[in-house]
Write a protein that binds this ligand. Sequence first.
Ligand SMILES: Cc1cc2nc3c(=O)[nH]c(=O)nc-3n(C[C@H](O)[C@H](O)[C@H](O)COP(=O)(O)OP(=O)(O)OC[C@H]3O[C@@H](n4cnc5c(N)ncnc54)[C@H](O)[C@@H]3O)c2cc1C
Length: 413
Amino acid sequence: MADTSTDVAAEANAWVVDNWNPDLTVAEWWQRLADAGYSQATLPEAAGGRGYGRRENSMVRQAISDAGAMGPPTGLGMMLAAPTIAKHGTPEQIDEHVKPILNGTYAWCQLFSEPNAGSDLASLQTSALRDGDEYIINGQKVWTSGGKIADKGMLIARTDVELPKHRGIGWFAFDMLQDGVDVRPLTEMTGRAIFNEVFIDNARVPASNLIGEDGNGWRVASDTLMFERMSLGASPVPLNSCSPGSIANNLEKRAGDMVNRRRSGEAGVPQPNLALWNRLVDEARTRGKLDDPVIREQFTRFYELAEVNRLQALRGRTKGASVASPNISKLMMSELFRQGRELGATVYGMDATLNSDEGLESLIQELIMFSPGPAIYGGTDQVQRNIIGERGLGLPREPGPGKDTPFNELPKN
Ligand SMILES: Cc1cc2nc3c(=O)[nH]c(=O)nc-3n(C[C@H](O)[C@H](O)[C@H](O)COP(=O)(O)OP(=O)(O)OC[C@H]3O[C@@H](n4cnc5c(N)ncnc54)[C@H](O)[C@@H]3O)c2cc1C
C-alpha cells in the first residue's frame, strides 16, 4: 500500500483507470471499490478501508472524479453506521454490518430523534427490553432520513430506566424490514419526503446486534453524532453516485448511467461551495448585475466564508485541533447554506422561484427550500454553540437535573 501522499494519488489513479468500466453493474463496481479498500478509505483496514486520513481520502475521490467514474454508495450507512461500527463493534459485527455497507448491499437510516427527544437526545423513550437472546423494541422515531429505503437502522433505545438518562441506552443494528416497523413519509416544503416517522411496535433485534456494551449506547451514539458533524462540515470532492440497498433498486443498473444523470432526491440540493459561487458569478455577469455594489458585497461575504470553512476543515485535521472543531465546521456549513440561498435569490430574482428540469435557477429554488434543514439536522445551530461553549471553551454546563438522577425519576413532557 502507498506510503506517501504522492504514492496514494498515483496508486488510486492507476487503480481507477484499470478498474472503472461503465458497463459494470452498480453492484459490481461497488464490490470492486470495496475489495480495494476505496469505498471508504478512511476506515481501518480491518473494517475494509485503508486507514487513510481525510487528505488521502480526498485524493481517492479526486481520482474517481478525474476518471469520470461513479462514486461509492451514498447515504447514512457510509457516513455514520460504518465508522461507528468500525470503532465500537467486534470483528464479527464489523464483518456482518460494515462490509455490506461498503459494497452497497444495505442502506441504513438513523433512528435517533423522537417527538420528545431531539436536541436533548438523551431523553429518548423508545424502549429495548431484553428477552432471552433478543431485545423487544417499542417506541416512535421521527425525522428519519431515508427511512423508506433503509434495510437497517442505527437505533438508540433505553435498556434500563433506573439508570441516569445518559446511561442505560443501547445502540443497535436494527432490521427495518420486519413486522412491527411502520415507516410513514413526512413531506417537506421541497415537495419530497426525505424523512419519515417510524413507529416500532414489538419489533425485535438480536442481542448480538448491540454495538458496544449494554448501557454504553450514549458513548457510541456520541461518536455517530461526531462523525455526522465532521461529514456535514466537510466539503468532500463531489462524486456522482446513487442510493444503495435492496429497496432503491439501483444495484443491477449500469454504473455508467449513474454518472451523468441529473441528480435527484436529496442529492438534488446544490452544495453552497465555491463551484456554486463561480456559476453564480457567471450568471450575475450575464444578467448585468455584477457591478451592483450590494451584490458584490454578498459575493465577497460568501467567498470569504467558504474559504474560511475550507481552512477550518484543514485545521480540524491537525493534531491539537479543538474538540469543538466539527461543531464549528457544521455551524459554518449551515451559514453557507443561508448565504448561498440569499445570493442565488438576489442574482436570479423572480426566476429563483422556477422549478424546471434544467438550469441553475431550478437548483437555486431547491437551495432556497432546503436551506433551513442544515441548521437543524445533526444538531441545531444553538446546540452546536452550546457544545462549542462547554467543550471547546470550557464554559459552565447548562443547569439541569442531576447527572445521577435515574431516568424514571426525571420530569417528562
Ligand atoms: C432535514 C433533516 C433531516 C433529519 N434527519 C434525521 C435522521 O435521519 N435521523 C434522526 O434521528 N434525526 C434527524 N433529524 C432530526 C434532527 O436531528 C432534529 O430535528 C434536531 O436534533 C432538533 O431536534 P428537534 O427537532 O426535536 O428540536 P428541539 O430540540 O425541540 O429544538 C427546538 C428549538 O429549541 C432550540 N433548543 C433546544 N434545546 C436548546 C438548548 N439546550 N439551548 C439552546 N437552544 C435549544 C433548538 O435549537 C431549536 O431551535 C433531521 C432533521 C432535519 C431538519
